[in-house]
Design a protein around this ligand. Structure first.
Ligand SMILES: *Cc1c(COP(=O)(O)O)cnc(C)c1O
Length: 221
């Protein structure tokens, strides 16, 4: 099937409450344009350099999501245009995003990444670290970032029960976040979980945003 056909098939299977991020990392511009011409407007990339190059040449009504791990010293390269940063996992990174957003006279939406997988290698905060950030004065005084929800990745396994358990755990933390007193930089509404292999399960567990790459664009090298 073509990229456009894959996209339409996936879109028609998603509940209207779920937003689709088309994960286009490593894929060439013509592939992204095929998705664009099939009405896709949200693209996810995991490298800032690659995302910037694509942003420069592609139509300006695209929302670019940074879904990869972000190095503090690279935030400045995307601060002008990024619409959502999924993988925020430290106060230090939030401070840098806040600083660069301020320079660009914007408020940048962020998701805090929570570590839900068994693997050590996956990035993210635990619940204690999440609470420390929320409680810190430094965070509360930031004016140019907005935490709009959480992101997480399940363990890479065939064990559906385990994946489900991890997604449910993340949903519980999300519900906790939603119950916090709102303020100018905390407006949780987005739960980013689910990729090609597990997005149906993620939606059953309460996901509101899925990040799908290979099922749209085909496998990556
Ligand atoms: C690559 C990637 C995806 C998409 O993975 P697929 O299995 O190709 O759908 C989703 N989320 C993150 C964080 C990724 O790096």
């Amino acid at each position: 099937m073509s990229i456009a056909q894959n996209l339409l098939k996936i879109k028609s299977s998603l509940p209207s409450t779920v937003t689709l991020v088309a994960v286009s990392k490593t894929k060439p511009i013509p592939d992204l344009m095929e998705a664009y011409n099939a009405d896709q407007r949200i693209f996810g990339e995991n490298k800032i350099q690659e995302m910037s190059e694509k942003w420069e040449v592609m139509p300006k009504d695209i929302e670019w999501h940074m879904i990869g791990h972000v190095q503090t010293n690279k935030v400045k390269f995307m601060a002008q245009f990024v619409s959502l940063i999924h993988g925020v996992d430290s106060l230090k990174l939030l401070q840098e995003i806040n600083k660069q957003a301020q320079k660009n006279n914007r408020i940048i939406d962020c998701l805090l990444q929570i570590h839900i997988a068994e693997e050590e290698s996956k990035f993210g905060l635990d619940e204690k670290e999440l609470n420390e950030i929320l409680a810190s004065k430094t965070f509360q005084e930031m004016k140019n970032i907005r935490i709009v929800g959480l992101m997480g990745m399940a363990t890479f396994t065939d064990n559906r029960e385990q994946i489900k358990k991890e997604f449910k755990h993340l949903k519980t933390i999300f519900d906790f976040l939603v119950a916090q007193p709102k303020n100018q930089n905390l407006e949780p509404k987005t739960l980013s979980m689910g990729m090609s292999g597990d997005y149906q399960l993620a939606i059953e567990c309460g996901s509101t945003m899925v990040r799908i790459g290979s099922s749209i664009f085909g496998g990556r090298q």
